[in-house]
Design a protein around this ligand. Structure first.
Ligand SMILES: NC(=O)C1=CN([C@@H]2O[C@H](COP(=O)(O)OP(=O)(O)OC[C@H]3O[C@@H](n4cnc5c(N)ncnc54)[C@H](O)[C@@H]3O)[C@@H](O)[C@H]2O)C=CC1
Ligand SMILES: O=C(O)C1=N[C@H](C(=O)O)C[C@H](O)C1
Length: 272
């Protein structure tokens, strides 16, 4: 028995799930206590290590979150919006830290998370990497320094299995740019252009999404004026950067007061 925080990974068979399992299993700061998958998944009831193609780890994958979350100190959750809402309720009941990487959440989902955060620590970010969270701060500063002569466009690229657009990261960057400009993103966001769209509106923030192959995640924030252009870019080449950030968040959340937090809080980037 050890005092290290016990972590449950949801969506264990997913691209991020498997990365998270390996990250926690290789950590000296946390221990893996459970792995969840959706009902009907072929991994249910089987040893997690074995289904991942390695040695047995003594943890059977389950589709029953109730008992598992009750004895966890943190749940790291990169799944899908409906599943994340269910896990948020259970984490709130268990007073356990809920680290959420899931993107594509609706306004109603965000309200649900705010309610859950009255009882538990909820750390959520559309991107858990250090680089992107630093990029949001840079974006805010550049947007604040430039006026609307600079058109802001956010371009993101991801693999062909991604189901939501714009990416969670693109929306974080859009929020940062809007905050820098002192406007609400909802009032200035251009999220789809097709056909005779009319001229670009001054002050708007545009989004474009590329989907193809195995691209892990790439984001450009373009500030385009007449005669010059600034481009802030982040390229993720390995999902380990997201998993490391998520584990850091799970550990950071231990002993904190219930509430909603993000990776800027976890990484202490607000102080810079
Ligand atoms: N915030 C961040 O840093 C990052 C966020 N993401 C986001 O994480 C999410 C997952 O991404 P991927 O791993 O690429 O997707 P994926 O499709 O490979 O994995 C999702 C997994 O969740 C499982 N799942 C769905 N419903 C479930 C339920 N009720 N209970 C348990 N498991 C359930 C699925 O079976 C699947 O294995 C997406 O929303 C993606 O945008 C991905 C990478 C980084
Ligand atoms: O689905 C992904 O893969 C990713 N999703 C996140 C997003 O929506 O921004 C983070 C990362 O870019 C990978």
């Amino acid at each position: 028995m050890t005092d290290l925080p016990g972590i449950v990974i949801t969506g264990a068979s997913g691209r991020m799930g498997q990365m998270l399992v390996n990250t926690v299993l290789n950590s000296n700061s946390a221990r893996l206590v459970g792995a969840l998958e959706r009902p009907g998944h072929t991994w249910i009831g089987r040893d997690l290590g074995a289904v991942m193609g390695g040695a047995e780890v003594g943890i059977n994958v389950t589709d029953d979150p109730l008992e598992l979350i009750a004895r966890a100190q943190a749940v790291i959750d990169f799944t899908a919006p409906a599943a994340t809402m269910d896990f948020a309720t259970l984490c709130a009941q268990a007073r356990c830290v809920h680290v959420i990487g899931t993107t594509g959440l609706s306004e109603a989902d965000l309200k649900h998370l705010s309610a859950a955060a009255r009882h538990a620590v909820v750390v959520r970010a559309g991107n858990m990497s250090l680089g992107v969270n630093l990029l949001t701060q840079l974006t805010k500063r550049v947007a604040a320094a430039l006026d609307e002569d600079f058109d802001i466009e956010i371009v993101e690229a991801h693999h062909n299995q991604k189901v939501d657009a714009p990416s969670g990261t693109a929306l974080m960057l859009g929020d940062a740019a809007a905050e820098g400009r002192g406007v609400a993103l909802d009032n200035v966001s251009d999220r789809a252009r097709d056909g005779i769209t009319g001229k670009r509106e001054r002050g708007h923030i545009g989004f474009s999404a590329i989907r193809g192959g195995d691209i892990v995640g790439e984001h450009d924030v373009i500030f385009a004026a007449t005669g010059e252009r600034i481009i802030l870019r982040h390229i993720a080449t390995d999902r380990a950067v997201f998993a490391r950030g998520a584990l850091k968040a799970a550990l950071w959340g231990q002993g904190r007061r219930p509430g909603e937090y993000d990776m800027v809080d976890v990484l202490g980037l607000n102080e810079n």
